[in-house]
Design a protein around this ligand. Sequence first.
Ligand SMILES: *Cc1c(COP(=O)(O)O)cnc(C)c1O
Length: 416
Amino acid sequence: MHDTAYYLDLAARYLMPTYGERSMVLVRGEGARVWDADGREYLDFLAGIAVNSLGHCHPAVTAAIREQAGILMHCSNLYLIPQQAELARRLCEVSFASRCFFANSGAEVNEGAVKLARLYSRTKYGAGRHEIVTMRNSFHGRTMALITATGQEKVQKGFEPLLDGFRYAVFNDLDSVLGAMTPATCAVMVEPVQGEGGVTAATPEFLRGLREICTERDVLLIFDEIQCGMGRTGRLFAHEHYGVTPDLMTLAKALGNGFPVGALLAAENCAETFTPGSHGTTFGGNPVACAAALAVLDVMERDGLAARAECMGAYLRGALAQRLDGIDTIKGYRGLGLMLGIELAHPGAEAVKKCAARGLLINCTMGNVLRIVPPLVVTEAECDRAAEILAEVLAEEAQNFHAAAAAAQTNAGGGA
Ligand SMILES: *Cc1c(COP(=O)(O)O)cnc(C)c1O
């Protein structure tokens, strides 16, 4: 193992520069802690972007992957994969769903949802009913269909022409969705808690209203729970907070605790839309991925991690509220359970860097919302430590913000 500088040099020369400036090289993790190539330790409150929910290298998941990797790693979906059938049963048993399809990533299962919705409508109503309504500030993935579905210009720019058949509405605004729907609408796709869009939870009226409208028009309601699902919000699936079930749901991020796996779950009304040959994947749902996800579900159930996310989410909010009280550049807290956002009056990028320098990993969405998504196994002491670091950093940032504002005023005054 070389040091940080060595890998940064390789990356600068040989990797496509898709991820902007990076200065950290993480090489090892355990629970809520990670270490970089120079041996520095960090408290990981980003968890690989809401992926490592059981903590890094959870022994049960590592054991399942190791064991399955020595038995059968891949055989393609030309043959039935026992772990895949088991995982489908488990996911159906704990959800609204009747059937599952597995792929390797969030984008792939969202693609599956888009294709299924179009085929459902085509089979039932004929051609022309192919439009999907998605939300502004959503995030659904990086394929061509999904950058089109994603209601943010920054992911679309330069890749035009985008796909036909997507229309946008304002999140948490039912009238806006009604306005975007046409006789050609076959689905509405929404994250119950927007992740990249600033950690914003749907209102109950919004999700219930969507359910009613979609049922009335036989339009499929798709919940993208890739980030907010798998216990993070305090329920196994975020929509359980709302008493509303979708027709389709997608899962990925935390499903394999870091091993790539995604699932598309379908309710009975549309579960048999795909027929032999209509959709598929080479790697998707392979024995190792499914063994990892089965182990994740075991641990989540055994350790009651959804309930723990609710408790620790409340604890973390309390710890933050107490220590950040009086910092007037904090505009509010967002999210549910251990999916938390802190909205700032100023850009958050500098705060993210300063937190890392003090040993805390978080990130920032929408420019000014700090995203805090620690492993669900995080302890009270770890939450306290994170809150302390955030308090130091945000107090400093607030001071800088006010100093800059005062300087700007002085300059404006001097110029007048
Ligand atoms: C991360 C994410 C995706 C995309 O998942 P990938 O595995 O990166 O393709 C889609 N939807 C939401 C809500 C996400 O957070």
